[in-house]
Design a protein around this ligand. Structure first.
Ligand SMILES: Cc1cc2nc3c(=O)[nH]c(=O)nc-3n(C[C@H](O)[C@H](O)[C@H](O)COP(=O)(O)O)c2cc1C
Length: 345
């Protein structure tokens, strides 16, 4: 069914296709009986899938990665598809339109995406209002927070703090995003001094000890990863989300010309699975269980999720794999976990 739909959707501009699909999906869910039907089709519940991580009770280990629902518009709809958690955002203090379009590209042969969205979002106040009005029940919601493009890095702490404080009573966990390649200079906040200052400031405000994660790029050197491990432990952060998109262009099946014509942006999807898994494995060995690791990057089936979990991830998240494989992705991963020997992937 999704294969057929994909033929049509993949003829449309990727960003438009995203919103068209979601609006149609949400409209369909309003028809009596459809929500129950989708739940029956796509949700898998089993006690062995449940996980308690950082004090939060997840119905299963698979979540929706940040960027899919930047503004908290699709939380209810996506929960129907079986995700145990949804990370909304990246959200910034003030609304911003992001980079000029087109800014999202498919690399179909590689089952990958390149995006340079640039934190297009409605701003933290509007997201807070949406969460206040209709937060889904029984679903873990994380807020992925960032800074506005025109905020200089020296003042970035204030932007993160504004989002943190505004959403503090409305979400279950926070993710500090310093790893998007599409906000100029953002990734330099991953360096030791600014990162320590940023995380310490947030932790000082963290009265209820809510879980706080750091989302990192897959492009860091081992020395940078070592520094991050030290900082996580020093600032008593809950853990790491590894990884965001990469600025590299390795392992692609499209010609160099096609890839070059797309231009700047972060690469996600199947080609980054090994890269993100390596980061998870390295962090897991270095952390020796002292912090939580959420694995993301290139997971599009049970075997990809298993690679991350075997490498030491406590939970996994997906984005591009969902675009390429469709609404049954979570179900297929969970089915693989329940019957690993018969896994279809
Ligand atoms: C179109 C698009 C937008 C994204 N926006 C965000 C974002 O706002 N914040 C963030 O932390 N990650 C963002 N990401 C990164 C994803 O959350 C994820 O880390 C990355 O895509 C790797 O996972 P995947 O290979 O399953 O897509 C975005 C990814 C895509 C494809």
């Amino acid at each position: 069914m999704y294969r057929l739909l994909k033929v049509i959707l993949f003829r449309i501009d990727p960003e438009k296709a995203h919103y068209i699909t979601m609006w149609w999906f949400m409209a369909a869910l309003k028809i009596p009986g459809v929500k129950a039907l989708f739940k029956a089709l796509f949700q898998v519940k089993h006690p062995s899938l449940e996980r308690t991580v950082a004090g939060m009770k997840f119905s299963n280990p698979v979540g929706l990665a940040a960027g899919f629902d930047k503004n908290g518009l699709f939380m209810h709809a996506m929960s129907v598809l079986g995700f145990s958690h949804i990370e909304v955002g990246t959200i910034t203090p003030r609304p911003q339109s992001g980079n000029p379009k087109p800014r999202l590209f498919r690399l179909i042969k590689s089952r990958a995406l390149i995006n340079r969205m640039g934190f297009n979002n409605d701003g933290v106040e509007i997201l807070a209002e949406r969460l206040r009005k209709k937060r889904p029940i029984g679903l873990i919601i994380g807020a992925n927070i960032g800074k506005n493009k025109d905020t200089p890095n020296e003042e970035a702490v204030n932007d993160y703090l504004k989002c943190f404080v505004t959403l503090y009573d409305l979400v279950d966990y926070f993710t500090v995003n310093v790893s998007s390649p599409n906000t100029p200079g953002l990734r330099s906040l991953q360096e030791k001094e600014p990162l320590t200052r940023l995380l310490s400031t947030l932790q000082l405000q963290n009265q209820k000890a809510l879980p706080v994660f750091l989302k990192i790029a897959p492009d860091l050197t081992l020395q940078q990863l070592d520094e991050i491990v030290d900082i996580i432990i020093e600032t008593k952060l809950t853990g790491v989300i590894a990884t965001n998109t990469t600025i590299t262009r390795d392992g692609l099946k499209e010609s160099k010309q096609i890839v070059d014509d797309i231009g700047a942006g972060g690469l996600s999807g199947a080609p980054i699975l090994d890269m993100s898994t390596s980061v998870v494995r390295y962090l897991s060995e270095r952390s020796a269980g002292r912090f939580v690791i959420i694995g993301v990057g290139g997971i599009e089936d049970y075997s990809g999720a298993k690679k991350h979990l075997d490498a030491g991830a406590d939970l996994v998240q997906v984005y591009s794999g969902f675009i390429y494989t469709g609404p049954a992705l979570v179900k297929r991963i969970l089915a693989g976990m329940l019957t690993p020997t018969k896994a279809p992937d």
